[in-house]
Design a protein around this ligand. Sequence first.
Ligand SMILES: Nc1ncnc2c1ncn2[C@@H]1O[C@H](COP(=O)(O)OP(=O)(O)OP(=O)(O)O)[C@@H](O)[C@H]1O
Ligand SMILES: [Mg+2]
Length: 153
Amino acid sequence: MVSMSSIKKIPGIKKYLTNSPKETLRLGKRIAQWLRPDDILFLSGELGSGKTTLTRGICQGLGIRETITSSSFVIVSQYQGRMKVSHIDLYRLKESDCTGLPVEEYYMAGGITIIEWADRFPQFLHRIVPGIYISMRITKPDQREIIIEDLRN
Ligand SMILES: Nc1ncnc2c1ncn2[C@@H]1O[C@H](COP(=O)(O)OP(=O)(O)OP(=O)(O)O)[C@@H](O)[C@H]1O
Ligand SMILES: [Mg+2]
């Protein structure tokens, strides 16, 4: 495990442990520093593992002032910061629904796309699309293991 203080860049695969929502927010802000136009982030992890919290941190890091809500009832929300962000939440969709979903149409051209529950979409599960793949796991009530794989081109 690497501690929060060792986060400087994201080469290959990195594992982080956060011990509070605040630390997860902070990790999100750090991730934001490494994002470039057209990047896509694929977030996977059980209910309550912190996907939306991390998304909030990323958005704050991109200078978005709006409150990021857990968009369980909305598939796509868009925000404007230093770059535009498209926040996609596939929670409501079963895998069969996802297969036909034209998710590419929701990608933010020239901006950042963040997809929650990406593992519900087969092509993301198999890491076919280049991007940053983030898996989150509840390890203790207030602790999250966050694995980041940078598979961008
Ligand atoms: N280290 C931590 N990092 C992030 N969240 C934490 C942490 N410890 C506790 N929590 C709590 O876990 C919950 C995470 O909720 P969040 O909505 O971010 O998860 P999610 O993965 O988006 O959930 P969902 O599957 O419903 O979309 C919050 O209630 C938060 O306060
Ligand atoms: Mg969520």
